[in-house]
Write a protein that binds this ligand. Structure first.
Ligand code: HEC
Length: 187
């Protein structure tokens, strides 16, 4: 079935109107119209505890998008790990603006910093890099956090044998690790 001349003209007309509407809308889009303001929560180095909360612009005429994910009505993005993100905001004319947001690592607590210093001075060079002795790399934060009970067993209790093998490290240094463990072995 072929379309009549009238239908064809109607089609052209529709296209022209659509094109005009599009260009008209785009002409009014300037990035300055959408001024993105956010509040950022940093993340734990091993868990996704970061978040980006858009504080402006808000309201039903805006939609929000994280990286290449689909647009959403919600202006909060949760469970984000450390890294760089792109937030895009779109208004109801289809105008958009983007902003690059970085999520950093939260600051470690003092007992973890002290423990890290002990491990770095007494457990390297045996425990450094991906093929560190016993598969244990003391420079890798998440490994230290996950293996706290093995650190306790070997470097504090000396079970089944002490670490380092030549004998436990000085009491004052062990106390720093004990303090961190008793504090909940947190980052
Ligand atoms: C001179 C080298 C050397 C030093 C220094 C050393 N280690 Fe080890 N470590 C080893 C070797 C070799 C192994 C693997 C054999 C074993 O488990 O005994 C190992 C294994 C381990 C393991 C994994 C095995 C397990 O029991 O889960 C942990 C955890 C560990 N060491 C903790 C430590 C800590 C903490 C320190 C510092 C206080 C330390 N080591 C210092 C050589 C060393």
């Amino acid at each position: 079935m072929s379309i009549s001349n009238n239908q064809q003209w109607l089609l052209y007309l529709c296209c022209l109107i659509a094109l005009y509407a599009c260009t008209k809308d785009n002409a009014t889009c300037t990035n300055a119209n959408i001024n993105i303001q956010v509040q950022v929560n940093q993340s734990h180095p091993c868990n996704r505890t970061g978040s980006i909360k858009i504080i402006s612009p808000l309201g039903p005429s805006y939609q929000y998008k994280l990286n290449e994910l689909p647009y959403q009505e919600r202006s909060n993005f949760d469970s984000l790990s450390v890294g760089d993100y792109h937030i895009t905001v779109k208004d109801n004319h289809g105008c958009t603006n983007s902003k690059k947001i970085s999520i950093d690592t939260v600051k470690p607590n003092a007992t973890f910093i002290a423990t890290q210093q002990v491990l770095n001075s007494y457990c390297t060079p045996c425990h450094i890099g991906s093929n560190g002795s016993g598969g244990f790399d003391v420079t890798h934060v998440c490994t230290v956090l996950n293996l706290w009970h093995r650190i306790e067993a070997r470097a504090i209790l000396g079970i089944p044998t002490p670490m380092p093998r030549t004998g436990l490290i000085p009491v004052s240094e062990r106390n720093k690790i004990i303090h961190w463990i008793n504090n909940g072995h947190q980052y």
